[in-house]
Design a protein around this ligand. Sequence first.
Ligand SMILES: Cc1ncc(COP(=O)(O)O)c(C=O)c1O
Length: 464
Amino acid sequence: MATQEIALRLKALDRDSVLHPATALHTHQAEGGFIAESAEGVNIVDVHGKRYIDAMAGLWCVNIGYGRAELARAAAEQMEKLGYYHTFSGASNPPQTLLADRLLGLLREKAGLEKPSRIFFGLSGSDANDTQVKLVRYYNNLLGRSEKKKIISRESAYHGVSVASASLTGLPAFHAAFDLPMEGVLFASTPHHYRNAKPGESEEEFSERLAGELEALIAREGADTIAAMIAEPVMGAGGVIPPPRGYFERVQPILAAHDILLIADEVICGFGRLGSWFGSGHYGLQPDLISMAKGLTSGYLPLSAVAVSEDIWSVLQTGSEELGVFAHGYTYSGHPVSTAVAMANLDILESENLVDNAARIGSHLHAGMRSALGEHPNVGEIRGEGMIMALEFVADRTSKEPFDPGLAIQKAIAGEAARLGLIVRPLPSSGAAVALSPPLCLSEAEADRVIEILAQAVTTVMSR
Ligand SMILES: Cc1ncc(COP(=O)(O)O)c(C=O)c1O
């Protein structure tokens, strides 16, 4: 059978057999979707043999780039030695133990965390954030604070899709018709200066206003009913929104004053995305709890990690004398193959200085994108940090008037870019924006090609 014929059959079979995640189901039934077949470095090839630069690193996760045989070898060796054993009842395996210890070291050295104490392993960003919800409930129950349970998230946040993590997600599409959010989730405003600042309001003034709003929210609900606030250091899927100047500097003392825990969702930011090892280090956060996934294995195998501070750990440890077993965990928690692959992934991130590369090429990408599209009449904002970026498109640059959502400008631009061989991601946020989050191994020449193709796609779509 000719390759093209196989590709078309696969497409038809896929359409008839897979319920696709995060997909417009009716459109997919009519049009089918992209089927990836192979990938190397920053490039991915589909079943038709067409090659693309994947400027999204899959879903913000292939930090070391595709096709690294070291990870394949680590998986194969571990699978032959010990393909699985559980970690319940204190059982362990060498890679999980070594990885936990290595993560604690990285959080101390690279993020400047003072008291990271234990690591809990899961398989996805969503389950990591579910674990966070359960941990803060458990912690407060052990402390006898049965009312202190609510969690503050933010509008436009993305924290996953399980019942609890989707509830923390602040994007309406992830709640609609799922009977979410669950009770006990509060939403603070999105810290997006470009969209939400008042005319003439500086970033610092905007941060001050949001901090005031947060204090008012806490006062209204009662601090004794609020357990934690969860925040992505740079908001990802909700629009790629870096914190405005002074934001976390104002938010953290407010949380501390009210004994509200800070959960840093580092699922995208962790492992070099911002040009620093962790978003917490990048912005000087001292979270009590941290969620990690994606870049931990560069997506080669599923793995998530939750870091727990000493203060929380000591409550859990003492409490277990009273409650008995810490009754939370997954069949695949601390999976030996995933954790072995994570170790090999961290080896590459370190030995090839990919975090520094993300900072250097990230600056080049931002500067190049600004010079190519910064003055375009329909480009409202180019934002981001290190190797993560969004371009927001507007009907009018001066008034920031958005495009009619019905035009789905971001989809048209991503579609045209794909036609030209570049993958960017149209964002499900209210504005028309596309995101870029390339592998951290992107070269300067590849960054230039990304800019060139995206500029061409924007010009073509806008001139229609
Ligand atoms: C910040 C953040 N948290 C959590 C998640 C959920 O991760 P997963 O899709 O692995 O469940 C994501 C996924 O994109 C994310 O970006």
